[in-house]
Design a protein around this ligand. Structure first.
Ligand code: IMP
Length: 445
């Protein structure tokens, strides 16, 4: 059995809590895209773990796999593993040999290009996390990348670096007019990354991902595919170019791990929805709360209460009402079989709760998102108002179950579930794993 977890919005939907909850029934938790641009917070018995690369399941003694669709910064990986070990955990993390490695020149180029865009035209800036994600995927598609498997063979590593690095140097110096530094020192890179390869080999951390997962499944084990980021920053289905460079949507679970799409499709695909919207970085956001002082105050309140600051970069997130056309789009692209709605408690006690039910564009009502970002930016939301719900003791609600959720909040949830045409599997009412109202466990469907 497989369960795939997908962000329905712009990332930061609180996927970690659900991966952690349902990951209890998984034997293996595999990430299928992205790298250390992701940030997931797992809270267990009041202990908070902030991870960006290690799959959330590692906090619960699961085998964590970074699939071939991921881009891996080995230094981040080792430092997260070391920190978890210092806190008494012993994470078992395997890396696909087909996954690509984020090299120091990728990080440099990520920042150089963002700065060049800012100098040329502010509107071009993506607001990346600066982790080298885009340049690494560029090299993957350009067939000049360094893969995890290459780190295990110093000769291959040298050959690849001797081809790629002069190009990066030329780009930095001749195109951007900057000075290349240590990130373009082939000898240093060969030495450092051979050493990393040695540690990976010594700790037996690399796998042939598709084969590894097939064997675990044949042995009857449950696999959870953990998507990072969200549908609207998917490179194909998101608000291009304000996207990340991978496929967080469910199709990525197959291509990014080496299992067949039918395997993913026979399992459950759960969309994670935050009860309002947040966005880090640039790009349109039709339901953004920013039009007047009152909206800005409301956004500040939600931001503070919901802790809406980037896990990776600490940037304050932009805040908006729930965007239903976006959720219809997400449900279709990934074929959700269920959803989990998070952060319901954050909206409690407000004077008003609204959602963007549809958009108005060129005098027409749209129920889903237009395909170009420019047209999306022109969409005006048709807002629908809901009766607000009071602040309650959410821990007791989590204990007592769905019927204890305030009635107005249940109306809100029923509406979301109806519009997305999928059942609700869980409702998050606080950050701790225990603060989740579970209606169904996808592993038991
Ligand atoms: P990149 O993934 O660093 O290239 O950034 C591309 C875009 O995706 C930027 O707008 C980032 O803010 C956004 N992004 C990347 N990772 C995350 C995430 O985990 N949560 C939310 N936004 C993200």
């Amino acid at each position: 059995m497989t369960v795939t977890i997908v962000g329905s919005q712009l990332g930061d939907e609180g996927k970690g809590a659900l991966v952690d909850l349902w990951g209890g029934d998984a034997d293996v938790v595999a990430r299928y895209q992205g790298g250390d641009n992701a940030g997931h917070t797992v809270v267990e018995d009041g202990e908070e773990y902030k991870l960006s690369l290690v799959p959330s399941g590692a906090v619960r003694d699961k085998v964590g796999v970074l699939g071939n669709g991921c881009v891996i910064n080995p230094n981040t990986l080792f430092s997260e593993i070391d920190t978890l070990r210092e806190r008494g955990l012993d994470p078992d993390v395997r890396l696909a040999r087909r996954a690509h490695v984020i090299m120091p020149y990728h990080r440099r180029l990520d920042n150089v290009e963002e700065e060049a865009k800012a100098d040329s035209d502010e509107e071009l800036v993506v607001g990346t996390t600066g982790r080298g994600i885009g340049p690494t995927y560029e090299d993957k598609a350009g067939r000049r990348g360094i893969r995890v498997g290459d780190l295990l063979d110093p000769e291959v590593l040298r050959q690849r670096l001797e081809y790629a690095v002069p190009q990066k140097r030329a780009l930095i110096e001749d195109v951007y007019g900057l000075e290349a530094g240590e990130e373009c020192d082939v000898e240093k890179l060969v030495e450092e990354y051979t050493e990393i390869g040695r540690r990976l080999a010594e700790d037996d951390m690399t796998v042939n991902c598709g084969d590894f997962l097939a064997r675990r499944r044949e042995a009857g084990e449950n696999v959870m595919f953990e998507g990072a980021q969200g549908t609207l920053i998917d490179i194909d289905h998101g608000s291009y170019p304000y996207v990340t460079s991978s496929n967080p949507t469910a199709g990525g679970a197959a291509t990014g791990t080496g299992v067949g799409p039918s395997v993913v499709g026979r399992g459950e695909v759960v969309g994670i929805v935050k009860s309002y919207l947040s966005r880090v970085g640039e790009g349109p956001m039709p339901t953004e709360l920013k039009d007047d002082d009152r909206e800005e105050e409301l956004a500040d309140f939600i931001r503070e209460k919901g802790g809406e600051f980037g896990t990776v970069t600490g940037r304050p997130r932009r805040i908006g009402w729930l965007d239903i056309p976006m959720l219809r789009h997400a449900a279709r692209v990934s074929g959700f079989t269920g959803i989990a709605v998070n952060h319901l408690d954050v909206l409690a006690g407000l004077d008003e709760v609204k959602v963007g039910h549809s958009y108005e564009l060129d005098g027409e009502e749209l129920l889903t998102m237009p395909a170009t970002t420019e047209r999306w930016a022109k969409c005006e939301p048709n807002l629908r108002e809901f009766d607000p719900w009071p602040e309650v003791d959410w821990s007791s609600v989590a204990e007592d179950g769905y019927d204890a959720v305030p009635e107005n909040a249940r109306e809100y949830l029923d509406y979301v579930s109806g519009e997305m045409d999928v059942p609700i599997y869980a409702v998050g009412v606080g950050p701790d794993r225990a603060e989740t109202v579970e209606l169904a466990n996808p592993f038991e469907q």
